[in-house]
Design a protein around this ligand. Sequence first.
Ligand code: 5BU
Length: 480
Amino acid sequence: MQEELFAFKLFDKGIIRFGEFTLKSGITSPFYIDMRKLCAYPTILKSLAVIIAKQLKDKEFKHICGVPYAALALSSLVAQELNIPQILMRKEQKKYGTKKMLEGVFKRGDEVVLIDDVITSGISFIESANKLEAEALVPSLLLSIIDREQGGSKNLDAHHYPNESIFKISELAQILNQHQKITDLQYQQLITFINKQKVSISTSTKNINSSIKIRKTYKTLAQESQHPFNKKLLQLIQQKKSNLCFSADINDKTKFLETVKSVAPHIVILKTHIDIISNFDTEFIAQLKLLRAKHNFLILEDRKFADIGNTVYHQYYKGIYKIATWADAITVHAVAGAASVKALSENKKGSEQAAQHSPAIILISQMSTVDTLTDEAYQEKVVAIAKQYSDVVVGIVSQSKQALAAGQLHLTPGIKLTVAKDAMGQQYDSPAKAFREKGTDVIIVGRGIYQSENPQASATHYQRVGWEAYLAGLNGLIVG
Ligand code: 5BU
């Protein structure tokens, strides 16, 4: 019987061990699986590849891909066994040349079986699946060799990824116990441990289902929206087939303008932090306006107004930046309650500049940083203010889908295809994940574009991936 043989081999070679082990997470586990050692045993690897090939025999897919690095040797053997092309996935983006994450010969929409050695929480599977989706490939099956039975499979179900495993750790342990390789106590300790450690599902199923079912087309959102900013934005989105907001966090004005010029055809919003421009002058604003007129995008000044009404009024209309004279929209924190929004919206009606400069307000409901204070209770209060002032609030910056008023939009920063975080608290997700799980309408990308070797090529890439993620959301199918 294949399970028996496999269990014995893994046990004899010390690949599954019983005792007291401290895991990466700091938790003490009564067993340890070290599948990396497998590469030292070609015959076990080979027989495992045969077992996997049998399990995959009747399934339809175009490629095999191993989660780097642990599953690479095995996925190569499975690819050979089935005579199916392999895709090689990098762990880190290549620094020079093509900067590709995937190597191989494939085309968009191809189905890929992703193989990993062990599944625990499912997170590394999800990250690898996201890399496939970023190239518009379809992860049609996530196959693990051993399931540690700690909730990983449920987690993948919640993310709508079909998944299977060859062996379950409890079955392997039972075999070892039946054949007196481990004691009853060791077996019991393993069962108790896996029951206790089951990870909670990382993303609520509720959110995923709702994002797939209620994903509105941009056309519907355009019909629903009342504010001229959103009407224009949604029209640009459909026209340019882009949901990309470029965050040009560049200090030098010349470099800023050059970069914006090169990416402009691919974006619908240019997001600025005007106070980080070192050599700011009014000429810069004139140039910016010219670019906007020529390339048809909207400008969002990410000023994050967060003060009492009187102060935000001055910050918006006065000072050296005179934001009111050039920004199509502004971001506002609701930490002061509705005061900031109210002041800005009343000024819209009352001030002498009002007619030209009614601000479209984007409220910040949730931040992307690792230890943000914007918890669920806070977000709910922000959304309530957004709805109450829906004549001026055109959307929110958030990391999760919220029940907004008709026509209001979700904008999502913290988008990057290659890394999960920066060194200063920023957290990243892929466009696919944003559209699948966060109710995203517009992705905001900064360093993913302007720090790349070729910002124009990167903008094209994010435009395509963002658009495909939107289309996938409409179909309930995640392709990129
Ligand atoms: P990045 O280079 O893609 O990490 O830049 C993200 C931009 O979005 C940057 O200008 C931030 O100020 C902005 N941002 C964010 O990253 N996270 C948030 O929660 C909010 C804004 Br609100």
